[in-house]
Design a protein around this ligand. Structure first.
Ligand code: ADP
Ligand code: CA
Length: 445
């Protein structure tokens, strides 16, 4: 039985789909998880506990483990273990993303430098220590700008500033955020640096893909129909396929391919985000082939789309005339097959339009419960509503937070119907969120 190692921060719902896929394929799945999270790990007896922040030591421990428990493939879920996965693949002599490329993909400054050096369009960017005086910096900053920590993800800490006051406020906020214990625990120097970059106007798209020995196979382009103009950049709806002209789709994939190669990504999953110049994305503007820089790549991550969102994607055998009738596989199954050496080219996304809404946290507070789930699930096209927030959990919205209330999934014949279904279902949900009580000191301690 082939054995695949899955590197994931936690082993909760995010990796269950991998269990199902592994079972279907007859693959044994072993996990490596972060020691810091091992307490809530129901599989802790089977998982290899490592420290994701220590890439080299973690990779060595896994390689040591693999001597007795041979591995045929390695996959990373989430941003943090991508470099460890790359090192393990290299150590095993298996194809993967080179560790330096995975590391560059995780670091927003290194990414910008590599994209610039690779001849891709990049905004103005400059690294600044978070302790620096933002007011003094301001005259050299082209507004509007975006500030972001170098090594967080999920739009955490990403803020737009239109003027000096907003820049100063954003830096104040980032200083506090970067002191958060969970970020400190990572012990990365990158966390004290902030990237200040030019705001890129335009409509945003995401590309899910797999690199096959240096060749990008775009599995899906997702439209992000909600405007992402700041001041914070909460992801909400992802819809595929996007309703844009084929030449714009081609330009998006081409830009992502060039960006992935500029980063040095070679073999394995990628997830990219880009912005398309407003005149181009409407389909009314100049053709992208002549409009240089019409697609601007924000980032390319050396991992698949996050967690539950993957279930918006299903695949059929490519070129199968009867693909509506043939069995569909999950992204997790496709990735396991790929990790075991199968090319992704044999698969293409199902015909149906599909979408997911990451349910945003409306305000800070204590989550009690959600209602309206049944009503939301009854919306035509809605396939599932999953509330992932836990009762009594403290909800923290962006830019400090790092979670969602849950997810809504929909499928239909066309993307417009999917989007309407997601919004309608969201409108039927109610979230009871209590204000956090001020801390009352007991006299008895
Ligand atoms: P993360 O790794 O946290 O996802 P990103 O750099 O991808 O960080 O930024 C998150 C979101 O913030 C992007 O998806 C985009 O909507 C917005 N954003 C980031 N940088 C810019 C920029 N330079 N111009 C406009 N929007 C940006
Ligand atoms: Ca991103």
């Amino acid at each position: 039985m082939p054995r695949v190692l899955l590197l994931a921060t936690t082993t909760g719902y995010q990796t269950r789909a991998f269990d199902d896929a592994a079972e279907r394929l007859g693959v044994e799945l072993v996990r490596a998880t972060d020691r810091c999270h091992v307490l809530d790990d129901p599989w802790r007896d089977q998982a290899v506990p490592v420290r994701f922040y220590d890439d080299i030591e973690s990779a060595n421990e896994i390689l040591e483990f693999s001597r007795k428990t041979p591995l045929s493939g390695v996959l990373a879920v989430g941003d943090r273990p991508t470099v460890v996965a790359a090192r393990v693949l290299e150590g095993l002599g298996l194809p993967g993303h080179p560790p330096a490329a995975a590391a560059a993909a995780r670091n927003k400054l290194a990414s910008r430098e590599r994209l610039r050096d690779g001849g891709l369009a990049v905004p103005y960017f400059t690294p600044v220590h978070v302790a620096e005086d933002a007011r003094a910096l301001s005259p050299s900053v082209p507004f509007p700008c975006v500030v972001k920590p170098l090594a967080l993800s999920g739009s955490r800490g990403v803020m737009r500033a239109d003027n000096t006051e907003e820049l100063v406020a954003a830096f104040d906020r980032l200083r506090l955020l970067l002191l958060a214990p969970d970020i400190r625990a990572e012990r990365r120097e990158a966390d004290d640096l902030v990237l200040v970059e030019g705001f890129i106007a335009g409509h945003e798209f995401a590309v899910e893909g797999v690199m096959n020995h240096g060749v990008l196979h775009a599995l899906a382009i997702f439209d992000k129909p909600d405007p992402l103009d700041g001041p914070f950049f909460e992801e909400t709806i992802y819809i595929t396929p996007p309703e844009i002209a084929p030449d714009v789709q081609g330009a998006i994939v081409d830009a992502v391919r060039r960006a992935a190669l500029a980063l040095g990504l070679h073999h394995g999953p990628i997830h990219a985000e880009c912005r398309v110049n407003p005149s181009t994305s409407s389909g009314r503007g100049p053709s992208t082939s002549s409009g240089q820089g019409a697609v601007l790549v924000l980032e390319v991550a050396a991992r698949p789309i996050g967690g539950l969102c993957a279930s918006a994607l299903r695949f059929a055998k490519a070129g199968d005339g009867s693909r509506d009738g043939s069995p569909l596989i999950s992204l997790e199954e496709l990735l396991l097959r790929h990790a075991l050496g199968e090319s992704s080219e044999g698969w293409e996304r199902e015909r149906a339009a599909s979408g997911v809404m990451m349910i945003p946290i409306p305000r800070r507070g204590i989550f009690r419960r959600a209602s309206g789930l049944e009503e939301a699930r009854r919306v035509a096209g809605v396939e599932d509503v999953r509330i992932t927030a836990k009762p009594d959990q403290v909800l923290v919205p962006l830019p400090e937070g790092a979670s969602y209330l849950g997810f809504i999934f929909a499928r239909a014949d066309d993307p417009g119907t999917v989007e309407r279904a997601l919004r309608l279902a969201h409108g039927r949900l109610n979230f009871m969120i209590d204000p956090e009580l001020p801390v009352v000191q007991s006299r008895h301690g």
